[in-house]
Ligand binder design. Structure first.
Ligand code: HEC
Length: 248
C-alpha cells in the first residue's frame, strides 16, 4: 500500500491505533491564532473611544458654521445711503481692489505703510482731507517730499490712473477713506471721472507744492453721482467747481 513517491505521508493517521476524532479534538481546543495586528480589539478600547467620538461630533456640530464667510468687520452697511440702488458696495469692492491692484504691495495690506519708505494711509491727513487731492495723487502719482502724520517721506509713487478705471479708483478711495480715514466721505465713479478728464494730458507725477497750488486746502470734488441715496446726488451746477481756483 505504501507509495514510495510520498514517503513523509506514510503512516499518518492510517494506523488503527490512532483515533482521528481524538486528534482533532485537541486541535479544536486551541484558540485561533490571529496574524499580528489582526487581534480582536478589547472592550476597554471601545469604552474609551466612544465618548471621544461623541465629543468630537458635538464640537463639529457647534463650530461648523455651514461655510458662511464672516462679514468684513469694517463694513458698515448704514453708510451706504438707503432708498434704491445699492447694487454695489463700494467699500467692499474697494477692499478687494486695494489688495489686488498693487496699492497694498507698497502701503501694506493693513495700510500702515513702511517706515521711511511708504507713507501710511491709516489716519493720514491726505486720506482724511480733500478727496480731490487724494484722487490726483492716485491718478498722477507723487514725487518729492511729503509729510504724513509728522513724518517726512521723499520717495516717488508711480501714477495709478492708467492701471485703474474711474470706477475702480472710486471704490478704492471709498474703502480707504471709510476704513482708515475716520469715515471720510465715499467717492463716486462720476467724481473720479472728473479727475481723469481734467488731468488726462498730464504725464508728470505731482509734487506736494503743485498739489497745494492747484487745489486749495479743503477743496472737495463736486458731488456728482451716487450709490443710490439722494444725499449723494449732484447739484446740477456744482460741476463748475471742478476748475482749479487759481488756474492761469
Ligand atoms: C510702488 C509703490 C506704491 C504703490 C503701488 C502705490 N503707492 Fe501710494 N505712495 C507711495 C509712495 C512712495 C508715496 C509717497 C510719495 C512721495 O514721497 O512723494 C505714496 C503716497 C500715497 C498717498 C499720499 C500719502 C499718504 O500716505 O496718505 C496716498 C493717498 C496713496 N499713496 C495712495 C495709494 C493708492 C490708493 C494706491 C493704489 C491704487 C497706491 N498709493 C499705490 C508708494 C506707492
Amino acid at each position: 500500500m505504501s507509495d514510495p513517491s510520498t514517503p513523509t505521508l506514510r503512516n499518518i493517521d492510517y494506523s488503527e491505533s490512532m483515533n482521528v476524532g481524538r486528534v482533532h479534538e485537541s486541535v479544536k481546543r486551541e484558540k485561533d491564532i490571529r496574524e499580528p495586528g489582526n487581534e480582536p480589539v478589547s472592550l476597554g478600547v471601545y469604552l474609551l473611544l466612544t465618548p471621544l467620538l461623541l465629543l468630537a461630533g458635538g464640537f463639529f456640530g457647534l463650530y461648523h458654521d455651514g461655510g458662511q464667510a464672516p462679514k468684513a468687520p469694517d463694513f458698515d452697511a448704514s453708510l451706504i445711503p438707503a432708498g434704491g440702488g445699492g447694487e454695489v458696495d463700494p467699500v467692499a469692492e474697494g477692499k478687494k481692489l486695494f489688495g489686488s491692484v498693487g496699492c497694498a504691495a507698497c502701503h501694506q495690506p493693513a495700510g500702515q505703510g513702511q517706515a521711511g519708505i511708504y507713507p501710511p494711509l491709516v489716519d493720514s491727513e491726505w486720506v482724511k482731507g480733500s478727496d480731490k487731492r487724494m484722487a490726483m495723487i492716485i491718478h498722477g502719482g507723487l514725487v518729492g517730499p511729503i509729510t504724513v502724520k509728522g513724518n517726512l517721506y521723499n520717495n516717488n509713487m508711480p501714477a495709478q490712473g492708467p492701471l485703474l478705471t474711474p470706477k475702480k479708483m472710486a471704490y478704492i478711495m471709498s474703502f480707504i477713506r471709510h476704513t482708515w480715514g475716520g469715515g471720510a466721505s465715499l467717492v463716486t465713479p462720476e467724481q473720479t471721472q472728473l479727475v481723469y478728464d481734467e488731468f488726462k494730458d498730464r504725464t508728470a507725477p505731482w509734487t506736494v507744492d503743485e498739489l497745494e497750488k492747484t487745489v486749495p486746502e479743503g477743496e472737495m470734488l463736486p458731488k456728482v453721482g451716487g450709490y443710490g441715496g439722494d444725499d449723494e446726488q449732484a447739484a446740477p451746477d456744482s460741476a463748475g467747481a471742478a476748475a482749479p481756483a487759481d488756474a492761469q
